[in-house]
Design a protein around this ligand. Structure first.
Ligand code: PLZ
Length: 446
């Protein structure tokens, strides 16, 4: 393989290029080994093995160059193997890889916390704790809210996805494949109706009134520690709540001493054209959970929020061996630099305009596309049986499979598995973006 392919990052040719069938022979050979070595419930969407990635492409082990509309599930927002990230990681890894922040701390962790305090909504004093995965951030946010409020109950929403650990599985809505067979789960949970304009036709305030009525009918608000909500739902279908929904919930939380937690793990860190999607809703969460895009592909997550809440628990009550790993912190600092220096918020909005333009044009002549929605570089189409709201998961799956066969990485999502979502890296060229959308258009015809 030519050096340019193996070196990854921006040196990769920015083209879609198929030199074998997808998957190719080398991927097929790895798939056979995978079946004998890797637990089967860990199931890749595409049996195509990566060799290098950067800009807007992923190059596989057969030399195929695929357009990346997935970003490893909304992670490599600044680009895969982004030069700034690579340089920062290489420098850090050569000086020390780990000491455990809870044993002998280091400055990188503090710098990440300082930056996140600036970038998250709200101009009050904030604190941050770092962890490794999104689920771990959500778990910690709930721990923190429970300690501070001395209350147990958690309110979550329909279609929510918050992770795969025991508590976050309980908070996640969809049974298959996330929860089935993995219980029992905490009983301290109430799931309220989400604002889903395409399906409920309610305004934000109406949808909030419905959710609040459900919550108050089921629970004494004085027992609720926190309400956890994705400002734009991710795995649940890229559901964008109607304007005013989040604000009404946030006001209700404040009135009842309930901690308002925005799970910005998928929607945060420049993905939507702002640092955090809460900002669009004019909402200032008490706590924000952050992961995915924050560290350019290295495992890092965070809870950032009001100092008095974050500081409440006993010394040593929060932590973990790897949380805020120095190499991941170095990557995160580089990511935050790049978002600013490369104007990536504006780029996300530009990408959003290109995506929305094309997706709405597809919708105009295709009654199977019930809804086009999203913000910035986080856009989706929801498939239905024409003239109804009946989900069409078979079509979403067929469209994604066709795209895969043509060298475009495309993901589905949704409680009914009938949504195709587009999550390109902000480093993608307009040409590749357009080419990927052309293939989506062909998939709709095919
Ligand atoms: N909260 C809003 O989107 C992760 C999960 C994919 P982890 N989403 C992708 C899968 O198959 O598990 C996610 C999210 C929101 C929490 C999480 C959990 O983040 O880093 O996967 O634990």
């Amino acid at each position: 393989m030519p050096q340019s392919v193996l070196s990854g990052g921006p040196t990769l040719p920015q083209v879609r290029r198929l030199v074998t069938a997808i998957p190719g022979p080398n991927s097929l050979a790895l798939t056979a080994r995978m079946a004998k070595a890797v637990a089967h419930p860990v199931t890749p969407t595409m049996p195509v093995f990566a060799a290098a990635a950067g800009g807007g492409v992923v190059v596989d082990v057969d030399g195929n160059s695929l357009i990346d509309f997935g970003c490893g599930i909304a992670v490599t927002t600044v680009g895969n193997a982004a030069p700034g990230v690579v340089e920062a990681v290489q420098a850090q890894v050569a000086s020390f890889t780990h000491t455990a922040y809870s044993i002998t701390p280091y400055e990188g962790y503090i710098r990440v916390a300082e930056r996140l305090a600036d970038l998250t909504p709200g101009d009050f004093e904030k604190r941050t704790m770092l962890a490794n995965s999104g689920a771990e951030a959500v778990e910690n946010a709930v721990k923190i809210a429970r300690w501070y409020t001395k209350r147990d109950k958690i309110v979550v929403f329909e279609n929510a996805f918050h992770g795969r650990t025991n508590l976050t599985m309980a908070m996640t809505h969809k049974e298959m494949p996330y929860k089935a067979g993995f219980g029992p789960f905490t009983p301290d949970l109430f799931r309220a109706a989400m604002s889903y304009p395409f399906r409920d036709q309610l305004s934000g305030p109406e949808a909030a009134e419905r959710a609040i009525a459900q919550i108050e009918a089921a629970l004494d608000p004085g027992t609720i520690a926190c309400l956890v909500i994705e400002p734009i739902q991710g795995e649940g279908g890229f559901v964008v709540p109607a304007p005013g929904f989040m604000a009404a919930l946030s006001a209700w939380c404040t009135a009842h001493g309930v901690i308002f937690i925005a799970d910005e793990i998928q929607s945060g860190m420049a993905r939507t054209g702002d640092m955090f999607a809460s900002t669009f809703e004019g909402v200032v969460p008490d706590l924000v959970t952050i992961a995915k895009g924050v560290a350019g592909g290295l495992p890092l997550s965070a809870v950032t929020g009001r100092a008095e809440i974050m500081d409440a628990a006993q010394p040593g009550g929060l932590g973990g061996t790897y949380g805020g790993n120095p190499v991941a912190c170095a990557a995160a600092l580089a990511v935050m630099d790049m978002i600013k220096s490369d104007g990536l918020l504006a780029r996300a909005r530009q990408i959003g305009a290109i995506l929305t333009g094309r997706l709405k044009a597809f919708q105009a002549s295709d009654p199977r596309i019930g809804d086009v929605r999203g913000r910035g570089a986080m856009q989706a189409i929801e498939f239905v049986k024409p003239g109804t709201l009946d989900p069409d998961p078979a079509l979403a799956s067929a469209v994604a499979k066709y795209a895969h066969s043509q060298g475009v990485i495309m993901l589905t999502c949704g409680t009914y598995s009938n949504v195709v979502r587009l999550l390109p890296p902000l480093s993608i060229s307009d040409d590749l973006l357009t080419e990927g959308l052309d293939i989506l258009g062909q998939a709709l015809v095919a």
